[in-house]
Design a protein. Sequence first.
Length: 397
Amino acid sequence: MTLPPRKVAVLGATGSIGASALDVIARHPQALQATVLAAGGKVEALLALCERHRPEHAVIADPACFELLRDGLRARGLAAQAHCGDQALVELAGSDACDTVVAAIVGAAGLDSTLAAARAGKRLLLANKESLVLAGELLMRAAHEAGATIVPIDSEHNAIFQCLPDAHAHAGLKRILLTASGGPFRGRTRSDLGEVTPEQAVAHPKWSMGPKISVDSATLMNKGLEVIEAHHLFGRPGLPIEVLVHPQSLVHSLVEFVDGSTLAQLGLPDMRTSLAVGFGWPQRIESGVSGLDLLAHGKLEFERPDLDAFPCLRLAFQALAAGGTAPATLNAANEVAVSAFLQRRVGFLAIPALVEDTLAALPPTPASSLAALREADAQARRHAEQAIGHAARTLRA
Ligand code: NAD
Ligand code: MG
């Protein structure tokens, strides 16, 4: 069976997921064409990608970079139209320039374009987990109403998607088990974590990823965000979502049924597999990732997560249970805290402390509208920034 042609917008093209998506696209030149490439601010990197993939549109979020992009395209003799700003990103994500959108912008900055793609009924390869954490109900409803197909790209959710391909497969589902590598600090106690550096935190043992998600993996907030993500994608009332540490990162998640069956998806830790599922589904296409040699890997181990050393996972479960705006608050406080940690303004243990403090200071309200969620996001960012400023002043005094 030949793959139907797809015009693909890669939002976050200069990032880690963007690179993997473009690698898979380039393997299928007959069917897959990158028509829109978008990035935050790295103009040179975006221009290099335009030279290689010849999109129809190139978007840079930072308006200060527009002329560099436009002139750079011209100087290279490229026909791509240059655009800048969030509005252009939103318009292109929902336009006829694409039928497939890879949502791979990092953080809440990805929400508007992800929503635009869902509202326009696109095939949505959803890597930007923060948009589900922030506005999961709205996003899922918009996708459902517009007939958008969401294929989760996060490896765990992609694994579950493969195990539960349609509503029929959900019958008799007893629990969902998300696997976690445990990150670079697995096995350490809380007291061992006070002095760890950004370099140590981003050195993930199994996955090569952008800096924000790498720090999230080190705190286990990534798994917390993924629990909330799984709730929106696959949740049913009363269905437990649990976390299992699996250091080899070969079993990407599991689902258990009432008859005692457990299904899992296995593969090497390489995001191109999830992306190929996203582009091809229900077909299977080449991704460039080789199959799994279980004899070479030998052991598959599983452990309970350590919620004392890694309280972010507990905070995410609490925010999900609290509901309303609590997950939006959790996500925003975490984005501020991670960014401050990467800039060496706070230590590693300040990340869970800031998230916990922000959740306690801003009790959840109903997530009744996008405006309410945006307000919760903005308030949490202000609160976390103020707490960082206050701590810095206290230290100086
Ligand atoms: P990254 O930091 O490598 O790349 C982020 C991309 O987003 C870059 O292209 C950047 O230019 C763009 N960007 C940043 N801010 C922007 C803005 N305001 N407007 C427009 N573009 C902006 O991040 P990544 O590791 O590729 O992760 C991207 C998303 O995918 C995140 O939500 C992450 O949680 C999710 N994800 C990543 C992986 C992985 O293996 N890297 C796995 C699962 C999920
Ligand atoms: Mg993941």
